[in-house]
Design a protein around this ligand. Structure first.
Ligand code: 2AL
Length: 242
């Protein structure tokens, strides 16, 4: 039995349920998926401020997962908040949905475009493409300007789908990456409408974590991802003392 903990870094529990459904839909019968939100943090992540303040809650969930014997983790927010720090704490693999989606996109085509939520997140999506080495493959990043928590509205799904169709026509990209975990349930419909592979990072990251665990591959503890050195943390962060 493999235990994969999928962390939705925001505190919107309806979104956590949706993320959990998507992860369970692709997980092997022998995998247990636990989908959680941190006990502290922003209800949605759509700015650098939100992202920075989501990270302590994510790290607390990783620390709890290590105590519970979790085999691997998915960070289910497109900014991949706290990914490197999470790897320092975790024994097993930790995969962010943006890195998972971009890797998958370049395995099924030579180019992809990203459809994200607010315009202010466009720069972050480009930063991620550069960080993961996919800037040349990324043809465009398009914002629907729908806030994360409004994606549940059926009208939002229609708008996102229409933007995806436009993005494929305008960019000539081979595939599409959904730039928010709140869009995970849109993938099949968007793929039907656009005719290209549509990649939701939640499902890809879940399968990647499962595969890495099955292969016996864990986070390297030799260098940069070694456990952080012990030191005192003060004030609101005192519980993060290692
Ligand atoms: C996200 C996401 O995946 N979760 C969240 O709260 N915000 N991404 C985004 N582009 O807004």
């Amino acid at each position: 039995m493999t235990h994969v903990k999928v962390i939705n870094p925001n505190t919107a529990l309806a979104m956590t349920d949706s993320i959990g459904r998507c992860a369970r839909a692709v997980a092997s019968p022998s995998t247990v998926v636990t989908a959680v939100s941190p006990s502290m943090g922003p209800e949605s992540i759509e700015s650098h401020y939100d992202e920075a303040l989501a990270v302590p809650g994510v790290l607390a969930e990783i620390a709890a997962g290590e105590r519970d014997g979790v085999d691997g983790y998915v960070i289910a927010c497109f900014g991949d908040p706290g990914l490197d720090a999470a790897r320092e704490l975790a024994t097993g693999p930790v995969i962010g949905i943006a890195e998972a989606a971009m890797h998958a996109a370049t395995l099924v085509g030579r180019s992809f475009s990203v459809v994200t939520t607010l315009s202010r997140t466009v720069g972050t999506a480009w930063d991620l493409a550069r960080r993961y080495g996919f800037a040349a493959a990324c043809r465009g990043v398009h914002a629907c300007d729908i806030p994360v928590l409004d994606l549940e509205d059926p009208a939002a799904r229609k708008e996102v789908t229409e933007l995806c169709v436009t993005a494929v026509e305008r960019d000539g990209c081979d595939s599409l990456v959904l730039g928010c975990a709140g869009m995970a349930e849109f993938a099949a419909e968007v793929s039907r409408e656009t005719g290209v592979p549509v990649i939701d990072g939640v499902t890809v990251a879940t399968k990647l974590v499962e595969s890495l665990v099955a292969l016996g591959l864990r986070t390297s503890k030799r260098g940069e991802y070694a456990r952080p050195g012990a030191k005192r943390y003060t004030g609101l962060l005192r519980d993060f003392t290692i």
